[in-house]
Design a protein around this ligand. Structure first.
Ligand SMILES: [Zn+2]
Ligand SMILES: [Zn+2]
Length: 352
């Protein structure tokens, strides 16, 4: 019998890889989304208690608002999911929800499909329509008002999910997160509206102490109290450093590696002096401001590839050079090159 072949990859038809409409099964899966799913239906969840709104009623959800969002997403998706020809059956085998850049929620959905009697899997990313709205119960508790805003920001210009999760842990440490009145997603981070100034201050202090955040406090007048005194709202801007342990930096031009952040200090290993120093958080940010601490990607440094480890060698403009650098580099790593006091140093370059 004449065998057919795939017009895309040339594979010959086989039991495991049948040809469908001219394409082999493998190529079909790569080229075509075999499942249609829409999740336009709005998901409204209370960011404080995790309950959710359907029609005009609030229902209790999971204590974790993200968990409520996950299973509401599952419901919305299950309702609208359908196979696309030539797939026949579709079944959701895995579904997880995450926040994409810019704060939008998306669901990663893995489905199992039946294509000409074969079971195959495909994963699709579905944008979700999520709104966070404080429920009436939580509004009552807070009096519908807030006393403080904690703005979570980063030097980077945006805040990662990991950073938000860590921040969330500090809120729950301070007061079970009960003073959170509302969360406002911003392109550059997250605004947390709090019913208590004290909780805001304590949380900011924890983030400074543990994460090396810079905290700036300011007040704005928002009205008058009954007794005639002005009512002030507190804003705490919490700026996270865009550097992690293991990253390189320059301290007064000397190449260095950040070894840890914690207990109100940044610990740094200076490569030329070969010594460890610790820098108090406030001092660190002052040094950042006046240019004494610089991240390598902020300078116009040359980059090279590591070609050997013992001794450390790099290839720079087709020349092999011996260099000094931190431990943990591997052959092929891209590194920044710094000439400091007549010695060539390298610092790791990471994808940012
Ligand atoms: Zn093919
Ligand atoms: Zn609530």
């Amino acid at each position: 019998m004449l065998k057919r072949f795939c017009y895309r990859c040339g594979a010959i038809e086989s039991e495991d890889n049948p040809i469908i409409n001219g394409l082999c099964l493998n190529c079909l899966l790569k080229e075509k989304t075999l499942v249609s799913v829409k999740a336009n239906q709005k998901i409204i969840v209370c960011p404080v208690c995790g309950s959710y709104l359907i029609g005009s009623s609030w229902y209790p959800g999971s204590d974790d608002p993200d968990e409520t969002i996950r299973w509401l997403a599952e419901r919305v998706i299950e309702q609208s999911i359908a196979p696309v020809e030539p797939a026949r059956e579709v079944e959701v085998v895995d579904l997880s929800v995450r926040k994409a850049r810019g704060g939008k929620y998306v669901a990663d959905v893995t489905v199992e499909l039946d294509v000409v009697g074969k079971k195959v899997r495909q994963t699709v990313t579905v944008p979700l329509n999520v709104e966070k709205r404080v429920c009436p119960k939580c509004l009552m508790k807070s009096g519908g008002d807030y006393e403080a805003t904690l703005q979570i920001r980063s030097e980077r210009g945006y805040v990662t999910n990991d950073e938000l999760r860590t921040a969330g842990e500090f809120f729950s440490k301070v007061n079970n997160g009960e003073d959170v009145v509302d969360l406002v997603d911003k392109k550059e981070g997250l605004d947390v509206l709090l019913a208590s100034k004290e909780v805001a201050r304590k949380t900011a202090r924890l983030m400074r102490f543990n994460l090396g955040a810079k905290v700036i406090e300011s007040y704005s007048v928002v009205g008058m109290k009954r007794d005639g005194r002005v009512r002030k709202r507190l804003t705490l801007s919490v700026r996270l450093p865009a550097i992690e342990p293991g990253d390189g930096l320059l301290v007064d031009k000397e190449p260095a590696i950040l070894t840890s952040i914690g207990k109100g200090k940044f610990r740094v290993h200076l490569l030329h002096q070969n010594k460890e120093i610790s820098i108090d958080v406030d001092h660190w940010w002052a040094m950042r401001k006046n240019g004494r601490i610089v991240y390598p990607h902020e300078k116009n440094l040359e980059t090279a590839k590591v070609t050997g480890l013992d001794p450390l060698t790099i290839k720079l403009h087709d020349r092999d050079l011996i260099a000094e650098g931190p431990i943990g580099l591997t052959v092929g790593d891209e590194v920044y090159v710094i000439n400091y006091k007549g010695v060539i140093y390298v610092l790791p370059k990471r994808a940012r």
